[in-house]
Unconditional design. Structure first.
Length: 205
C-alpha cells in the first residue's frame, strides 16, 4: 500500500511530494563610531542569521559558521547556539559566507548564503551614530521530500520564540501580507509590461 513515503538510496524513509520550508533572514547591522572612530576601527557591527518569523530554530539548525574577511583574527566563527550572530569591529565592507548545518537526522547538506557587510548608506546619506546601517535578505530554505522522522520531529515541536539578537530592535519583522502585496504589485507590473510589448509587436507587423 502507498503511504506517501519511500526509502531513499541511504535507507532513509522520506515523504513523497512534501516540502519542509525554513524561512530565514540573514543580515548585518553596523554602528558608526563617530568621534571614537580610528583608522582601523570605524564601525562596530553584527552579522546574524535568524528565523524569519522569530522562532527558535535550534531544533533544526546544528550550527552556523560565519566566514569573515581574512584580516580578522580567527575568521572562521562557529556558533552552536542561538542567537546566531557575530559582533566585531572594523573599517571595511566585505562578503561574509554564512554556512548552516542542520541536525544530523535531517540528512540535509549544509547550505551557504553569501551576505555583504554594509557599513555605509548611499553617498547622499551622511553617517550617523543615532541609528545603525542595516542590510537584510530573506531566504527560504526548502527541504524537498524530507526524511520522515525528522519532519515529524520538527513539525510536532511547539514553536518557541527565538532569543533576541543584540541588534533586535532594528531588525525587520517579516510580514507575509507585506510580501504578498509586493508580489501582487510585481505581477501587475509585469502584466502591464507584457501588454505594452505585445502592442509594439503587433504594431511592427
Ligand atoms: C575593503 N575589500 O578593502 C575590503 C576589505 C576588510 C575589512 C575589508 C579588519 C579589522 C581588524 C577589517 O575591518 N577588515 O582587523 O580589526 O574595503
Amino acid at each position: 500500500m502507498d503511504d506517501g513515503t519511500f526509502i531513499d538510496e541511504h535507507g532513509d524513509r522520506r515523504l513523497r511530494d512534501t516540502e519542509f520550508i525554513l524561512p530565514v533572514v540573514v543580515g548585518t547591522s553596523a554602528w558608526w563610531l563617530g568621534k571614537k572612530a580610528s583608522d582601523t576601527v570605524t564601525h562596530r557591527w553584527t552579522v546574524y542569521l535568524k528565523s524569519a518569523n522569530n522562532q527558535d530554530i535550534s531544533h533544526i539548525v546544528q550550527k552556523v559558521t560565519f566566514e569573515l574577511h581574512h584580516t580578522f583574527n580567527n575568521p572562521h566563527r562557529m556558533v552552536l547556539q542561538p542567537p546566531y550572530e557575530v559582533t566585531e569591529q572594523g573599517w571595511g565592507e566585505f562578503d561574509i559566507n554564512i554556512t548552516l548545518s542542520f541536525t544530523p537526522d535531517s540528512r540535509e547538506k549544509d547550505v551557504s548564503i553569501l551576505h555583504r557587510l554594509k557599513l555605509y548608506e548611499n553617498e547622499n546619506t551622511p553617517s550617523t551614530t543615532k541609528k545603525p546601517v542595516m542590510s537584510e535578505a530573506y531566504e527560504e530554505l526548502v527541504f524537498s521530500e524530507p526524511v520522515e522522522a525528522f519532519y515529524r520531529r520538527v513539525t510536532s515541536t511547539m514553536p518557541r520564540p527565538a532569543p533576541d539578537l543584540s541588534c533586535q530592535p532594528y531588525t525587520s519583522q517579516y510580514d507575509e501580507r507585506d510580501e504578498l502585496d509586493k508580489l501582487k504589485d510585481c505581477r501587475a507590473r509585469v502584466a502591464a509590461m507584457l501588454t505594452d510589448v505585445r502592442k509594439d509587436f503587433e504594431g511592427a507587423r
